[in-house]
Design a protein around this ligand. Structure first.
Ligand code: NAD
Length: 476
């Protein structure tokens, strides 16, 4: 294991394909230390506040490496599940087994009592969401209440690490003073506070934990050191001890905002591809064969509580970042042009029955936060359409909550248009004979370019047109 001052290498991005090698576990048997003071090779007691899609895998990872872990959550169902050795997050590969394993070994339990858990702990990791309010400003409700709840347990020697993505300056400016005041302690002297961004991808969390360099920046050198040693004791990836919390906060916002801006560029290129009559997928694949080109994929929109949110966290401190603001507008604007196309193709949306496929922000992840399916359904409905929806991860009740009528896969229906909002592979097996009135297939993720369509159905993609899409299926 290594702690370095800057990442030692980056994988090749050739063709946009990124498959960094998974590091083997090189940890020996750790020595328990109480209190834990950041000595290499030792482990202590850790608390993870927010046992959600990211927090629960972290708790498992820490416990597997010998830490005695308590997961804290405000949701009693989450706490009950963990205490029964079950994962309430069902889609993360390896998580159910991991929770069962470390729970059975007596190294993972859960509670709603944050203060009591933190009072006993050496390290507290906070991973509750920071969202946006209606004005696109950071909504700190969950994090403020998490910090408030742990503050009654703050004690000398504690290391507090924020993993939730934060605006630059928040670790030191917003949260450190509250923690210092709560414990009557001084940051970096007897209370150690750091920021270390969560950079994982739902569905690949354990692989990512063994791969992605872990960035760590404290409010002072001892905070950075303790947080870095902590991660070195639980991760098989390189640990990057940065110059401070602000650099680590900014790194996360820079990485994710880059992706939003990149997607916006792909969406602009897609608009031009429609005008030029070329397939944007063919163009991007060709462009990315130059190793310095990493153009992302265009699509109907960017969802989830990461990529569409973090540019706003950056803008909340730097509203003058014009490219960032424009990219957000560009990505959000794709939906409007999709709806316009459907409307003009159907000659109006009044009473048109339309099926939306995929409500989660991305296939295979049960997360509706900022999913573009929600405004899509809302706006189609506003224009008079009767909107139906299907998502293999959602029940009828969950679909009805998004204001669409639940469609059952395989049933015949008089849909005049189908829009895919995720790239689920299931859509490739759509049986078009079930939809005798179908006129338009809008392929919102360009994932159906190769499906055979009845002659009466017109195909539209994002920068992929009916006339160009066949070319994609032609073997080279
Ligand atoms: N989900 C991702 O793909 C992803 C990827 C990278 C980073 N992140 C970061 O992780 C953060 C959390 O994401 P997630 O997907 O795990 O969220 P999540 O919604 O799955 O889980 C959050 C958990 O926090 C709990 N919670 C809320 N307020 C709390 C409080 N005051 N005290 C204790 N628990 C509380 C909730 O009950 C929930 O179980 C995000 O805001 C983001 O910064 C997420």
């Amino acid at each position: 294991m290594t702690i370095v001052a800057s990442p030692s290498g980056v994988p090749s991005f050739l063709g946009g394909a990124i498959r960094p090698a998974i590091n083997p576990c090189a940890h020996g048997t750790p020595r328990p230390a109480s209190p834990w003071t950041g000595e290499a090779g030792t482990v202590g007691r850790a608390v993870v506040v927010g046992a959600g899609k990211m927090g629960l895998p972290l708790a498992v990872q820490f416990a597997r490496h010998g830490w005695d872990v308590t997961a804290v959550d405000v949701n009693p169902d989450v706490v009950a599940a963990v205490n029964a050795g079950r994962s309430h997050v069902t889609e993360e590969p390896g998580l159910a087994e991991g929770v069962a394993e470390v729970h059975a070994a007596g190294r993972l339990r859960a509670t709603t009592d944050a203060a009591a858990a933190v009072r006993q702990a050496d390290v507290a990791v906070l991973i509750v969401p920071v969202m946006l309010d209606d004005a696109h400003q950071p909504d700190y409700r969950f994090m403020d209440s998490a910090v408030e709840s742990i503050s009654r347990g703050v004690h000398s020697g504690l290391t507090v690490i924020f993993e939730t993505t934060l605006p630059v300056g928040d670790t030191r400016g917003r949260f450190l003073p509250r923690l210092e005041a709560a414990g009557g302690l001084i940051g970096d002297e007897d209370l150690f506070v750091a920021f270390s961004p969560e950079r994982l991808y739902s569905g690949a969390v354990f692989a990512n934990l063994a791969t992605y360099p872990k960035l760590v920046g404290g409010v002072g050198p001892e905070s950075t050191r303790r947080a870095a040693v902590f991660y070195d004791s639980v991760l098989d990836a390189e640990i990057v001890a940065m110059s401070g919390a602000e650099a680590a906060e900014f790194s996360k916002l820079a990485d994710t905002t880059y992706r939003d801006v990149n997607i916006a560029l792909a969406n602009e290129f897609a608009r031009f591809a429609d005008r030029a009559g070329v397939d944007i997928q063919e163009v991007i694949a060709a462009a990315n064969s130059q190793p310095y080109s990493h153009i992302h994929q265009p699509g109907i929109g960017v969802g989830g509580h990461c990529i569409p949110v973090y540019p706003h966290l950056l803008l909340s401190r730097a509203p003058d970042l014009e490219v960032v603001a424009t990219a957000r507008r560009t990505n959000d604007g794709v939906l409007g042009s999709v709806i316009k196309t459907i409307e003009s193709q159907l000659g109006g949306l009044d009473d048109a029955q339309i099926l939306v496929l995929g409500l989660t922000y991305r296939e295979n992840v049960k997360e509706l936060a900022y999913s573009r399916a929600l405004p899509l359904i809302d706006r189609l409905g506003f224009h008079g359409a009767e909107v139906w929806a299907y998502d293999p991860l959602l029940s009828d009740e969950e679909i009805a909550r998004s204001c669409a009528k639940p469609y059952h896969w395989g049933e015949s229906a008089p849909f005049r248009a189908i829009v895919t909002q995720t790239g689920d592979r299931l859509w490739r097996s759509l049986d078009f004979s079930l939809y005798p009135r179908l006129e338009v297939l809008f392929d919102g993720r360009n994932s159906l370019r190769e499906v055979e369509l009845p002659a009466a159905v017109r195909y539209f993609g994002i920068g992929v047109q009916a006339a160009t899409r066949r070319r994609a299926a032609t073997p080279s």
